[in-house]
Design a binder for this molecule. Structure first.
Ligand code: SAM
Length: 283
């Protein structure tokens, strides 16, 4: 699949695949359904063209926001407009809005989703982080005194592309159980640690080595259970990951520049892999 007109996500997201998009799209053949159990920013989804999509993530605010953008894009833009101003781009205003967001956690509304996108853009490094009680706790983080125009086009485009998608807030195993025959599945889990002592945390729950093993097994079971399903997993290339995916149909490598420490601008080249899983005998 080639990239003709690139579409851009509406949210910044840790581990977003915008930079390796051209490389990744080459893997995806035509199918009836495209499935992403670890949706994040949706950078991959919005640059593909399939008849139907099954899209999921465990981050409830993320999934609620996509549902709102799918169903009520104009209302969403109108709610976001007064937040997307220079007057709202300061620590006091940000903290007040963040308090409002935290007053009613785990609810779904146009207002809450607009605040989620505001905090994603005006908060520190676009991080999405919650404390142990589930309250969003990313500090204010914008350095410049300019405000980019409200990305109405991106929101409308995301909404348009979402009309063929069903969004789910759930663990990847449930999503993989929903995969029908004739599907392409792209799994982009939180990275396995480069060093054993580091870990990835996107939502309140961490994604640990046992989750990586659980994902590998669920993908192997899926391609054996279904007809004509190709599944791909992205990850760091580490000894643990290489050992886990040793039964993959193929493994390819790419070097990517990434912000290694999430709270800094420091970038480093790391080796990533894409593991392909297909039923034995399928090329
Ligand atoms: C590396 S990010 C995906 C980035 C995405 N490909 C993009 O381009 O933005 C991993 C995502 O997995 C989600 N996640 C973490 N644990 C999960 C689980 N058990 N099941 C499903 N999603 C999970 C996180 O919320 C995060 O959005």
């Amino acid at each position: 699949m080639t990239l003709l007109n690139r579409n851009y996500p509406i949210l910044k997201w840790a581990g977003g695949k915008s930079r390796s998009l051209e490389y990744l799209l080459d893997y995806f053949d035509p199918a009836d359904v495209f499935v992403e159990p670890f949706l994040g920013s949706g950078a991959v989804f919005i640059n593909t063209l399939y008849p139907r999509y099954i899209l999921a993530d465990t981050n409830v605010d993320l999934i609620n926001t996509y549902c709102i953008v799918k169903e009520q894009p104009e209302k969403f833009i109108e709610e976001l407009r007064p937040l997307w101003t220079l007057e709202m781009k300061n620590k006091e205003a940000y903290l007040e809005i963040r308090d409002e967001f935290n007053r009613e956690p785990f609810t779904k509304s146009v207002r809450r989703s607009a605040i989620f996108m505001y905090m994603n853009h005006f908060g520190f490094h676009g991080l999405c982080r919650y404390n142990s009680s589930g309250f969003f706790n990313v500090p204010f983080g914008s350095k410049s005194d300019k405000v980019h125009p409200l990305p109405e086009d991106k929101i409308m485009r995301f909404s348009e592309l979402s009309q063929k998608a069903d969004f789910y807030c759930q663990d990847f195993e449930k999503t993989l159980e929903m995969v029908p025959d004739n599907a392409v599945v792209y799994c982009d889990p939180p990275y396995a640690p480069l060093k054993p002592e580091t870990f990835s945390s996107y939502t309140k729950e961490d994604f640990d080595l046992s989750d990586h093993a659980r994902l590998h097994q669920a993908v192997v079971d899926l391609v054996n259970r279904r007809e004509n399903v190709s599944a791909f997993i992205s990850n760091h290339s580490t000894d643990f990951v290489e050992g886990l995916y040793k039964d993959a149909t193929a493994i390819d490598y790419l070097m990517v520049y990434r912000n290694i420490a999430r709270q800094s601008d420091e970038r480093k080249e790391v080796k990533e892999l894409v593991a392909t899983f297909k039923k034995a005998g399928k090329s």
